[in-house]
Design a protein around this ligand. Structure first.
Ligand SMILES: [Mg+2]
Length: 198
């Protein structure tokens, strides 16, 4: 099986860390449970300047490296790899975060799992022609049987795969969205995700 896995808020607890960061930087407290929008600027009610500062802070290596693993994620990914499944981490993080993201994976025992940066959200900090920078046209040549994703804004990247099973990692910002079709299933933890692929 070929399996797509998103990084932030699937493998690690990014929004929880950003919630703490926003309070520290701007004195605005929005707890994780109240993060209702995938767009962090909207979720935390930030000005353009604040949002830019948050993105810079959030992508600093020390902040990326300190992100908590979502319980069970690394274990399940390694189990899949051992069973011969092809796992690709497809992240919307910018290229500038590649090195530290790779190190986070290596530090969590995921050194053998491939990671690609895909410009999922139209951010402009992507660099072309690097091994790990996935152009949209190359992404669309890839096939996946399963996907783990939390962001409704990324669901469009599965539209070309009529048989894919998308496991939507349950998060406060995707609870109000109706899932697009029967290929999608809400999952509450990695134990459930493991069971879906078995
Ligand atoms: Mg995500």
């Amino acid at each position: 099986m070929k399996i797509y896995v998103d990084f932030d808020d699937c493998l690690c607890e990014t929004a929880r860390a950003f919630s703490v960061m926003v309070e520290k930087l701007f004195g605005k407290y929005v707890p994780y449970e109240k993060v209702r929008y995938f767009n962090l600027q909207d979720a935390f009610e930030l000005t353009d300047e604040e949002y830019e500062r948050l993105m810079i802070e959030g992508h600093r290596p020390e902040n990326i490296l300190s992100l908590e693993e979502t319980p069970g994620a690394a274990e399940v990914l390694n189990e899949w790899a051992m069973k011969g499944h092809e796992v690709s981490i497809i992240t919307g993080r910018p290229f500038s975060a590649y090195e530290s993201s790779r190190k986070w994976l290596d530090d969590h025992g995921l050194g053998n799992i491939k990671m690609y940066c895909l410009n999922k959200y139209g951010r402009d900090t992507f660099i072309k022609n690097s091994d790990f920078n996935l152009e949209l046209e190359d992404y669309y040549k890839m096939h996946f049987d399963y996907a783990v994703e939390d962001s409704p804004m990324a669901f469009k990247f599965f539209d070309h795969l009529p048989d894919i099973k998308v496991m939507v990692y349950d998060r406060p910002w995707n609870r109000e969205d109706e899932l697009p079709n029967d290929n999608y299933c809400r999952c509450f933890d990695w134990e459930q995700i493991r069971g879906m692929v078995d």
